[in-house]
Unconditional design. Structure first.
Length: 133
């Protein structure tokens, strides 16, 4: 992270020098551009990690949902506590045999649903079979 800030300072100075007579304005604009690039890099890395970590696993009587990027979470729900499974797939996802689900379950917390995004058609069929069992 300190490398990013060092590069941001160097870029800001070069940017500021290129504005003849407006060094302070150039440094401020360069700092904002660098901050934007750092935030964009963070968002892209988080999206890649979330895509590779998101998933779902079945056991005989429990369902495990993995979700997150930098801040990962794992939710384990017993089959008897699942209230409903809602398909929230878009039209374009269904055309490519990709599905997203919202799983509603009983618990004592404020949040009683979990979202599983971008799973394959075979996993979606297994999830529905899991609920029918």
């Amino acid at each position: 992270l300190s490398i990013f800030f060092g590069l941001a300072i160097i870029f800001s100075l070069i940017w500021g020098i290129s504005f003849k007579g407006y060094l302070v304005m150039g440094i401020v604009i360069g700092a904002f551009v660098c901050l934007y690039l750092i935030i964009l890099t963070f968002i892209l890395i988080n999206a890649k990690l979330a895509y590779s970590y998101d998933g779902i696993a079945f056991d005989e009587n429990k369902l495990t949902i993995f979700h997150g990027g930098f801040y990962r979470s794992k939710i384990v729900v017993l089959r008897k506590n699942i209230i409903a499974i809602q398909d929230i797939s878009t039209h374009f996802q269904r055309k490519r045999n990709i599905h997203s689900f919202m799983i509603h379950y009983k618990n004592n917390a404020n949040l009683n649903r979990a979202i599983v995004e971008a799973v394959d058609q075979s996993i979606a069929d297994k999830l529905l079979d899991f609920m029918v069992m």
